[in-house]
Design a protein around this ligand. Structure first.
Ligand SMILES: *[C@@H]1O[C@H](CO)[C@@H](O)[C@H](O)[C@H]1NC(C)=O
Ligand SMILES: *[C@@H]1O[C@H](CO)[C@@H](O)[C@H](O)[C@H]1NC(C)=O
Ligand SMILES: *[C@@H]1O[C@H](CO)[C@@H](O)[C@H](O)[C@H]1NC(C)=O
Ligand SMILES: *[C@@H]1O[C@H](CO)[C@@H](O)[C@H](O)[C@H]1NC(C)=O
Ligand SMILES: *[C@@H]1O[C@H](CO)[C@@H](O)[C@H](O)[C@H]1NC(C)=O
Length: 457
């Protein structure tokens, strides 16, 4: 999930500041979300994770066409590729139908169903036309998705947990509703089983923004129980324990990276087997997290700073650390990070070739084992020509193949690298299975900013 452009990002920072000053006036506001949360945790754990077995989808014409494209490359064997990417469809459900999954037919073109901003819940992230639906996922031969449970920064210190849990519930709902197409998975092997054995799109949950754990490890663990398998330490706002990328623009002053409590969050994620995602964080947070993490980290949707100077992207020295950490940078397709939003600002047309340049850059600089696909469909407002929606992956892979990528390397890019990282994260969990849960609480002196409506004990 990204902002429109640099100036909107600035505005949004200002609104965070405004919020911080406003919060001081509204200290007396009593928030009772804690009670709601406890209830929701109970209900959602009850919903749990089902893996129903129904018959395979009959291949429609789109699948046929995509298979024909891929069959030009014999080593692909006409099989679907196991693409991993970060996808914000759950936020579209919130925006356009207030989470009413049963009011939308995902088997039909969402561009026809979501056409108008009139019914949008919030104007923070207008995303039209929608970039995801089942026909286009099939056309795109998508084998796996990380569905983002996103909450806006404006909910920090207020009801961010409520929004995050609602997003997780939306994912559970649409995965269950279309259980002939999707399967919720929580393990690396589960991805392979869902996709290879049952022909389902392996559906994973990523929590996009550490503000949604509301400074407590109990909530982090509860999200894990609900199936969340990565957490982005920050969105584009600081948490009390980690700085976001905007710090690198010198817009907000502090340059703390990860605080002492932030290091505990990382350690607890290692212990749980939750992948640490460093998209959106400040460079110092990237460095601190990679140093402290016992497991490989990912950047779920970030591109190469050297190809586009934007602080959402990964700089060369950090890329070297990612290689040493055996982590993964999954390239974001947003034109703001691959061509248009780069400094100095250069509003050129954005094409698939820009994305390929970023992928090739990371491959050449640190190796093909550490690059993946992040995409960010339905999380970005504008995309390069040729990569407009989830149906376009085969075109990208076809072009890379035509440009000399080996099939082995394409498989790594498409999903093998991610599976390797996830398995390593699981191994770290296994090694730490006798370690007890961290029970640290956020120290008083780390509670900046956003402590608007916490109970004092
Ligand atoms: C959206 O729909 C409303 C209600 O039907 C209509 O009044 C408005 O003009 C539409 N806006 C756009 C941009 O199409
Ligand atoms: C807005 O929502 C209402 C109620 O769900 C629906 O009847 C109406 O058609 C929607 N309008 C647009 C423009 O989508
Ligand atoms: C931020 O400020 C520091 C200290 O003045 C400077 O070294 C650094 O280059 C600045 N960073 C950016 C992104 O402007
Ligand atoms: C590489 O990683 C190891 C631990 O895996 C660490 O001890 C070492 O300091 C790292 N080297 C660099 C240059 O970051
Ligand atoms: C802007 O983009 C064009 C086309 O890609 C390129 O030739 C030019 O060098 C770029 N300018 C800057 C300042 O990056």
């Amino acid at each position: 999930m990204e902002f429109h452009n640099l100036s909107e990002e600035n505005n949004s920072t200002n609104s965070v500041r405004a919020l911080v000053s406003k919060k001081k006036k509204s200290r007396q506001n009593v928030c009772f979300y804690g009670f709601l949360i406890a209830a929701l945790i109970g209900i959602m754990i009850g919903l749990a994770i089902g893996i129903p077995l129904t018959k395979r989808d009959s291949p429609d014409q789109n699948v046929q066409e995509a298979q024909n494209v891929l069959k030009q490359y014999p080593l692909i064997d006409g099989k679907r590729w196991n693409y991993f990417s970060h996808n914000d469809l759950p936020w579209q459900y919130r925006q356009y139908v207030q989470n009413k999954v049963y009011e939308v037919n995902l088997r039909e073109d969402t561009r026809i169903q979501w056409t108008n901003t009139t019914n949008m819940t919030s104007y923070d992230f207008p995303r039209l036309p929608p970039q995801t639906d089942i026909p286009r996922l099939k056309q795109g031969m998508v084998g796996a998705q990380f569905w983002a449970a996103f909450g806006p920064c404006s909910a920090t210190g207020k009801d961010a947990i409520r929004i995050g849990m609602d997003q997780v519930d939306v994912i559970h709902k649409f995965v269950n509703k279309y259980d002939d197409t999707f399967e919720l998975v929580t393990t690396a092997q589960g991805i392979l089983d869902a996709y290879l054995s049952r022909n389902r799109i392996a559906s994973l949950i990523g929590l996009e923004g550490g503000h949604m754990i509301s400074n407590t490890l109990g909530v982090l663990r509860s999200f894990y129980s609900l199936g969340v398998r990565y957490m982005t330490l920050t969105h584009s706002c600081d948490t009390s324990w980690a700085d976001n990328w905007k710090q690198d623009l010198n817009m907000t002053g502090s340059r703390r990276g990860l605080s002492a409590f932030g290091e505990i969050v990382v350690k607890e994620m290692n212990r749980l087997g939750m992948i640490i995602d460093l998209a959106h964080v400040a460079k110092q947070t990237m460095i601190d997290a990679i140093k402290i993490s016992a497991a490989p980290v990912i950047f779920s949707h970030s591109s190469a700073f050297e190809k586009c100077e934007h602080y959402r992207n990964v700089q060369n020295d950090v890329l070297e650390m990612v290689k040493n950490n055996t982590g993964l940078v999954m390239v974001n397709f947003y034109d703001g990070y691959i061509s248009k939003g780069c400094l100095p600002v250069n509003a050129t047309e954005s094409t698939m070739q820009h994305v390929i340049d970023h992928i090739n850059y990371i491959k050449d600089f640190i190796g093909v084992d550490y690059v993946g696909i992040g995409a960010d469909y339905d999380g970005v407002p504008t995309l390069p020509v040729g990569l407009e929606d989830v149906s376009k992956y085969p075109d990208l892979f076809g072009k890379l193949r035509a440009n000399g990528w080996s099939t082995e390397d394409l498989k790594k890019l498409a999903g093998e690298n991610f599976i390797r990282v996830f398995k390593d994260v699981e191994k770290v969990k296994e090694k730490q299975k006798t370690v007890q849960p961290y029970e640290d609480i956020l120290p008083e002196d780390e509670t900046v900013p956003n402590r608007m409506c916490y109970t004092s004990f």
